[in-house]
Write a protein that binds this ligand. Structure first.
Ligand code: P6P
Length: 339
Protein backbone atom coordinates (compact mmCIF):
# COMPACT_ATOMS: atom_id res chain seq x y z
CA UNK A 1 0.00 0.00 0.00
CA UNK A 2 1.49 3.34 -1.04
CA UNK A 3 2.05 5.58 1.96
CA UNK A 4 -0.41 8.46 1.91
CA UNK A 5 1.76 11.57 2.07
CA UNK A 6 -0.96 13.18 4.18
CA UNK A 7 -0.36 10.76 7.04
CA UNK A 8 2.53 12.08 9.07
CA UNK A 9 5.10 9.75 10.57
CA UNK A 10 6.03 10.09 14.24
CA UNK A 11 9.30 11.74 13.23
CA UNK A 12 7.56 14.24 10.94
CA UNK A 13 4.94 14.99 13.60
CA UNK A 14 7.40 15.58 16.44
CA UNK A 15 9.51 17.80 14.17
CA UNK A 16 6.45 19.76 13.04
CA UNK A 17 5.45 20.20 16.69
CA UNK A 18 8.82 21.86 17.25
CA UNK A 19 7.84 24.55 14.71
CA UNK A 20 5.16 25.66 17.17
CA UNK A 21 7.82 26.26 19.81
CA UNK A 22 10.69 28.23 18.20
CA UNK A 23 12.63 28.01 21.45
CA UNK A 24 12.40 24.21 21.44
CA UNK A 25 15.79 22.52 21.53
CA UNK A 26 14.43 19.32 19.97
CA UNK A 27 15.38 17.28 23.03
CA UNK A 28 11.80 16.22 23.84
CA UNK A 29 11.09 15.37 20.20
CA UNK A 30 14.29 13.36 20.13
CA UNK A 31 13.41 11.54 23.35
CA UNK A 32 10.00 10.54 21.94
CA UNK A 33 11.62 9.25 18.76
CA UNK A 34 14.16 7.32 20.84
CA UNK A 35 11.32 5.62 22.73
CA UNK A 36 9.59 4.89 19.42
CA UNK A 37 12.77 3.17 18.17
CA UNK A 38 12.99 1.03 21.30
CA UNK A 39 9.31 0.18 20.81
CA UNK A 40 9.98 -1.11 17.30
CA UNK A 41 12.71 -3.41 18.61
CA UNK A 42 10.54 -4.61 21.50
CA UNK A 43 7.68 -5.18 19.09
CA UNK A 44 9.81 -7.55 17.01
CA UNK A 45 10.61 -9.70 20.05
CA UNK A 46 7.05 -9.59 21.37
CA UNK A 47 5.83 -10.84 17.99
CA UNK A 48 8.50 -13.59 17.98
CA UNK A 49 7.97 -14.55 21.63
CA UNK A 50 6.03 -17.67 20.77
CA UNK A 51 8.66 -18.82 18.30
CA UNK A 52 11.96 -18.09 19.97
CA UNK A 53 12.83 -19.47 23.35
CA UNK A 54 12.63 -15.98 24.82
CA UNK A 55 9.57 -16.96 26.86
CA UNK A 56 9.78 -18.43 30.24
CA UNK A 57 10.86 -16.97 33.49
CA UNK A 58 14.27 -15.40 33.63
CA UNK A 59 14.35 -17.04 37.00
CA UNK A 60 15.12 -13.83 38.75
CA UNK A 61 12.52 -11.68 40.51
CA UNK A 62 12.24 -7.90 40.17
CA UNK A 63 11.80 -5.30 42.92
CA UNK A 64 8.12 -6.17 42.88
CA UNK A 65 8.94 -9.73 43.87
CA UNK A 66 7.43 -10.89 40.58
CA UNK A 67 8.93 -13.54 38.35
CA UNK A 68 10.75 -11.71 35.59
CA UNK A 69 10.16 -12.82 32.03
CA UNK A 70 13.07 -12.55 29.63
CA UNK A 71 11.06 -10.06 27.52
CA UNK A 72 10.85 -7.68 30.51
CA UNK A 73 14.63 -7.53 30.67
CA UNK A 74 14.95 -7.17 26.91
CA UNK A 75 12.43 -4.31 26.87
CA UNK A 76 14.10 -2.61 29.82
CA UNK A 77 17.51 -2.80 28.17
CA UNK A 78 16.23 -1.50 24.84
CA UNK A 79 14.67 1.57 26.45
CA UNK A 80 17.68 2.22 28.69
CA UNK A 81 20.04 1.84 25.72
CA UNK A 82 18.35 4.29 23.35
CA UNK A 83 17.89 6.87 26.12
CA UNK A 84 21.45 6.54 27.41
CA UNK A 85 22.89 7.02 23.92
CA UNK A 86 20.50 9.83 22.98
CA UNK A 87 20.97 13.52 23.80
CA UNK A 88 17.73 14.14 25.70
CA UNK A 89 17.73 12.06 28.88
CA UNK A 90 19.91 12.36 32.01
CA UNK A 91 18.68 9.18 33.64
CA UNK A 92 15.86 6.66 34.00
CA UNK A 93 13.70 4.87 36.56
CA UNK A 94 12.23 1.49 35.65
CA UNK A 95 9.90 -1.08 37.17
CA UNK A 96 12.66 -3.61 36.49
CA UNK A 97 15.40 -1.75 38.38
CA UNK A 98 15.70 -1.29 42.15
CA UNK A 99 16.92 2.29 41.87
CA UNK A 100 17.27 5.08 39.32
CA UNK A 101 20.07 4.87 36.74
CA UNK A 102 21.86 8.19 36.30
CA UNK A 103 23.71 8.20 32.97
CA UNK A 104 26.33 10.66 34.28
CA UNK A 105 28.29 11.44 31.13
CA UNK A 106 29.01 14.88 29.69
CA UNK A 107 26.18 14.86 27.14
CA UNK A 108 23.56 13.19 29.38
CA UNK A 109 24.29 15.56 32.26
CA UNK A 110 23.41 18.48 29.96
CA UNK A 111 20.10 16.78 28.97
CA UNK A 112 16.93 18.49 30.16
CA UNK A 113 14.78 15.42 30.84
CA UNK A 114 14.51 12.22 32.83
CA UNK A 115 12.27 9.28 31.97
CA UNK A 116 10.41 6.69 34.05
CA UNK A 117 8.96 3.57 32.46
CA UNK A 118 7.33 0.23 32.91
CA UNK A 119 9.11 -1.53 30.06
CA UNK A 120 6.58 -4.30 29.58
CA UNK A 121 3.37 -3.88 31.56
CA UNK A 122 1.11 -6.91 31.78
CA UNK A 123 4.09 -9.21 31.32
CA UNK A 124 2.26 -12.00 33.14
CA UNK A 125 0.17 -12.18 29.95
CA UNK A 126 3.15 -12.81 27.67
CA UNK A 127 2.85 -16.59 27.81
CA UNK A 128 -0.83 -16.53 26.84
CA UNK A 129 -0.50 -14.06 23.99
CA UNK A 130 -2.57 -11.28 25.54
CA UNK A 131 -1.65 -7.73 24.50
CA UNK A 132 0.98 -6.00 26.64
CA UNK A 133 2.59 -2.59 26.62
CA UNK A 134 5.33 -0.12 27.46
CA UNK A 135 4.39 2.90 29.62
CA UNK A 136 6.58 6.00 29.91
CA UNK A 137 6.63 9.32 31.74
CA UNK A 138 8.89 12.32 31.03
CA UNK A 139 9.84 15.14 33.42
CA UNK A 140 12.00 18.21 33.04
CA UNK A 141 14.87 17.95 35.53
CA UNK A 142 14.79 20.08 38.67
CA UNK A 143 18.51 19.43 39.31
CA UNK A 144 21.30 21.58 37.85
CA UNK A 145 22.02 20.99 34.16
CA UNK A 146 25.60 19.96 33.53
CA UNK A 147 25.62 17.82 36.67
CA UNK A 148 24.23 14.27 37.14
CA UNK A 149 20.48 13.84 37.61
CA UNK A 150 19.31 13.34 41.20
CA UNK A 151 16.48 11.40 42.90
CA UNK A 152 14.49 14.64 43.20
CA UNK A 153 14.21 14.71 39.40
CA UNK A 154 12.21 11.45 39.62
CA UNK A 155 10.03 12.15 42.68
CA UNK A 156 7.97 14.94 41.14
CA UNK A 157 4.17 14.99 41.17
CA UNK A 158 2.46 13.80 37.99
CA UNK A 159 1.23 17.31 37.21
CA UNK A 160 4.87 18.22 36.43
CA UNK A 161 5.12 15.72 33.54
CA UNK A 162 6.01 17.28 30.20
CA UNK A 163 5.01 14.18 28.24
CA UNK A 164 3.66 10.69 28.87
CA UNK A 165 2.68 7.81 26.65
CA UNK A 166 2.48 4.14 25.99
CA UNK A 167 3.10 1.58 23.27
CA UNK A 168 0.49 -1.19 23.06
CA UNK A 169 1.65 -4.40 21.40
CA UNK A 170 -1.76 -5.67 20.36
CA UNK A 171 -3.62 -6.53 17.14
CA UNK A 172 -1.54 -3.63 15.87
CA UNK A 173 1.29 -1.80 17.56
CA UNK A 174 0.37 1.74 18.57
CA UNK A 175 2.34 4.50 20.22
CA UNK A 176 0.15 7.08 21.99
CA UNK A 177 1.63 10.11 23.69
CA UNK A 178 0.41 13.28 25.33
CA UNK A 179 1.97 16.69 25.83
CA UNK A 180 0.31 19.93 26.96
CA UNK A 181 -0.82 20.27 23.33
CA UNK A 182 -2.93 17.11 23.40
CA UNK A 183 -2.92 13.37 22.76
CA UNK A 184 -1.96 11.71 19.48
CA UNK A 185 -1.82 8.06 18.43
CA UNK A 186 0.51 6.48 15.88
CA UNK A 187 0.10 3.02 14.39
CA UNK A 188 3.22 1.13 13.36
CA UNK A 189 3.28 0.34 9.62
CA UNK A 190 5.55 -2.66 9.75
CA UNK A 191 6.07 -2.57 5.96
CA UNK A 192 8.05 0.66 6.24
CA UNK A 193 8.96 0.56 9.94
CA UNK A 194 7.31 3.91 10.63
CA UNK A 195 4.65 4.96 13.14
CA UNK A 196 1.88 6.75 11.19
CA UNK A 197 -0.44 9.35 12.74
CA UNK A 198 -3.61 7.22 12.77
CA UNK A 199 -5.37 8.85 15.75
CA UNK A 200 -4.80 12.63 15.76
CA UNK A 201 -6.03 14.70 18.70
CA UNK A 202 -7.55 11.86 20.74
CA UNK A 203 -10.44 12.89 23.00
CA UNK A 204 -11.82 10.62 25.71
CA UNK A 205 -15.65 10.53 25.35
CA UNK A 206 -17.24 12.10 28.46
CA UNK A 207 -19.22 8.91 29.11
CA UNK A 208 -18.99 5.32 27.93
CA UNK A 209 -20.65 1.98 28.58
CA UNK A 210 -17.72 -0.10 29.76
CA UNK A 211 -16.26 -0.49 33.21
CA UNK A 212 -13.03 -2.33 33.84
CA UNK A 213 -12.26 -3.92 37.21
CA UNK A 214 -11.05 -7.22 38.64
CA UNK A 215 -14.36 -8.53 39.99
CA UNK A 216 -12.51 -11.16 41.96
CA UNK A 217 -11.69 -8.43 44.49
CA UNK A 218 -15.30 -7.20 44.75
CA UNK A 219 -15.90 -8.28 48.34
CA UNK A 220 -12.80 -6.46 49.63
CA UNK A 221 -13.59 -3.15 47.90
CA UNK A 222 -14.81 -0.21 49.98
CA UNK A 223 -18.59 0.23 50.06
CA UNK A 224 -18.72 3.18 47.65
CA UNK A 225 -16.86 1.23 44.98
CA UNK A 226 -19.21 -1.72 45.43
CA UNK A 227 -22.18 0.67 45.08
CA UNK A 228 -20.78 2.10 41.86
CA UNK A 229 -20.04 -1.31 40.32
CA UNK A 230 -23.56 -2.45 41.24
CA UNK A 231 -25.01 0.70 39.66
CA UNK A 232 -23.11 -0.08 36.44
CA UNK A 233 -24.88 -3.44 36.35
CA UNK A 234 -28.38 -1.95 36.49
CA UNK A 235 -30.67 -0.95 33.62
CA UNK A 236 -30.98 2.55 35.04
CA UNK A 237 -27.25 3.23 34.83
CA UNK A 238 -26.73 6.81 33.65
CA UNK A 239 -25.80 5.97 30.08
CA UNK A 240 -28.48 3.32 29.64
CA UNK A 241 -27.17 0.32 31.55
CA UNK A 242 -26.31 -2.29 32.29
CA UNK A 243 -22.79 -1.40 31.20
CA UNK A 244 -20.42 -3.97 29.73
CA UNK A 245 -17.63 -5.21 31.97
CA UNK A 246 -14.30 -5.68 30.17
CA UNK A 247 -11.09 -6.57 32.01
CA UNK A 248 -8.09 -7.70 29.96
CA UNK A 249 -5.74 -7.70 32.93
CA UNK A 250 -3.30 -5.61 30.95
CA UNK A 251 -3.63 -1.99 32.02
CA UNK A 252 -2.31 -0.58 28.75
CA UNK A 253 -5.05 -2.39 26.81
CA UNK A 254 -7.87 -1.62 29.26
CA UNK A 255 -7.05 2.08 29.55
CA UNK A 256 -6.35 2.43 25.80
CA UNK A 257 -9.80 1.04 25.00
CA UNK A 258 -11.48 3.42 27.44
CA UNK A 259 -9.48 6.38 26.10
CA UNK A 260 -10.80 5.73 22.61
CA UNK A 261 -14.36 4.54 23.31
CA UNK A 262 -15.07 6.01 26.73
CA UNK A 263 -15.17 3.99 29.93
CA UNK A 264 -13.70 3.72 33.40
CA UNK A 265 -10.89 1.59 34.86
CA UNK A 266 -10.70 0.90 38.57
CA UNK A 267 -7.90 -0.62 40.59
CA UNK A 268 -8.93 0.09 44.21
CA UNK A 269 -6.99 -0.86 47.30
CA UNK A 270 -7.66 -4.38 48.56
CA UNK A 271 -6.88 -6.21 51.79
CA UNK A 272 -3.92 -7.86 50.03
CA UNK A 273 -2.85 -4.56 48.46
CA UNK A 274 -3.76 -1.94 51.11
CA UNK A 275 -1.80 0.73 49.20
CA UNK A 276 -3.10 -0.42 45.83
CA UNK A 277 -1.27 -2.58 43.28
CA UNK A 278 -0.37 -0.19 40.50
CA UNK A 279 2.81 1.87 40.59
CA UNK A 280 2.31 5.64 40.95
CA UNK A 281 5.29 6.91 38.96
CA UNK A 282 5.33 4.71 35.87
CA UNK A 283 1.79 3.31 35.63
CA UNK A 284 -0.75 5.64 37.29
CA UNK A 285 0.77 9.06 36.57
CA UNK A 286 1.50 8.62 32.86
CA UNK A 287 -2.00 7.31 32.19
CA UNK A 288 -3.56 9.99 34.37
CA UNK A 289 -1.69 12.67 32.39
CA UNK A 290 -2.74 11.16 29.04
CA UNK A 291 -6.41 10.73 30.01
CA UNK A 292 -6.59 14.23 31.54
CA UNK A 293 -5.11 15.79 28.38
CA UNK A 294 -7.80 13.89 26.43
CA UNK A 295 -10.59 15.29 28.62
CA UNK A 296 -10.94 12.57 31.23
CA UNK A 297 -9.84 12.37 34.85
CA UNK A 298 -7.94 10.17 37.33
CA UNK A 299 -7.86 10.00 41.12
CA UNK A 300 -6.43 7.82 43.87
CA UNK A 301 -9.88 7.77 45.49
CA UNK A 302 -9.19 10.98 47.42
CA UNK A 303 -7.47 13.58 45.20
CA UNK A 304 -6.39 14.10 41.60
CA UNK A 305 -3.63 11.52 41.39
CA UNK A 306 -1.43 13.96 39.47
CA UNK A 307 -1.23 16.09 42.63
CA UNK A 308 0.20 13.30 44.80
CA UNK A 309 3.75 14.06 45.97
CA UNK A 310 5.75 10.83 45.51
CA UNK A 311 7.86 9.54 48.40
CA UNK A 312 9.39 6.40 46.89
CA UNK A 313 10.32 5.33 43.38
CA UNK A 314 8.16 2.18 43.39
CA UNK A 315 5.30 3.33 45.59
CA UNK A 316 1.87 1.96 44.86
CA UNK A 317 -1.48 3.71 44.57
CA UNK A 318 -5.15 3.02 44.01
CA UNK A 319 -6.26 4.25 40.60
CA UNK A 320 -9.63 5.33 39.24
CA UNK A 321 -9.36 6.67 35.70
CA UNK A 322 -11.58 7.35 32.69
CA UNK A 323 -14.44 9.35 31.20
CA UNK A 324 -15.26 12.53 33.06
CA UNK A 325 -18.95 11.78 33.74
CA UNK A 326 -18.25 8.21 34.82
CA UNK A 327 -15.61 9.47 37.23
CA UNK A 328 -18.16 11.96 38.59
CA UNK A 329 -20.63 9.09 39.09
CA UNK A 330 -18.04 6.98 40.88
CA UNK A 331 -17.04 9.81 43.19
CA UNK A 332 -20.68 10.42 43.98
CA UNK A 333 -20.79 6.92 45.44
CA UNK A 334 -17.37 7.06 47.11
CA UNK A 335 -17.98 10.47 48.68
CA UNK A 336 -21.29 9.10 49.99
CA UNK A 337 -19.29 6.42 51.74
CA UNK A 338 -16.73 8.92 53.01
CA UNK A 339 -19.33 11.29 54.54
P1 P6P B 1 -4.82 -8.11 38.63
C1 P6P B 1 -0.43 -6.30 35.11
O1 P6P B 1 0.28 -7.15 35.99
C2 P6P B 1 -0.91 -5.10 35.91
O2 P6P B 1 0.17 -4.43 36.46
C3 P6P B 1 -1.74 -4.19 35.01
O3 P6P B 1 -1.32 -4.18 33.69
C4 P6P B 1 -3.13 -4.77 35.14
O4 P6P B 1 -4.16 -3.82 34.92
C5 P6P B 1 -3.14 -5.28 36.58
O5 P6P B 1 -1.79 -5.54 36.94
C6 P6P B 1 -3.94 -6.55 36.71
O6 P6P B 1 -3.91 -6.89 38.09
O7 P6P B 1 -4.57 -8.11 40.12
O8 P6P B 1 -6.27 -7.75 38.30
O9 P6P B 1 -4.36 -9.34 37.91
Amino acid sequence: MATNRNILTLDEFTIQEMRVFPQATGQLAGLLRDIGLAGKRINVEVNRAGLVDILGDEGSTNVQGEEVKKLDIFANNQLMGVLRHGISCAGIGSEELDDIVVFDDEISNKSKYICLFDPLDGSSNIDVNVSIGTIFSVYRRVSELGKPATKEDFLQPGNKQVAAGYIVYGSSTMLVYATKRGVNGFTLDQSIGEYLLSHPNIKCPPIGKMYSVNHGNFFVFEQGVKEYITACQKKDATNGGPYTQRYIGSMVSDVHRNLIRGGIFLYPTTTLKPKGKLRLLYECNPFAYIVEKAGGRATNGFINILDVIPIELHERSALYIGSMKMMDELEGHMNTTKK
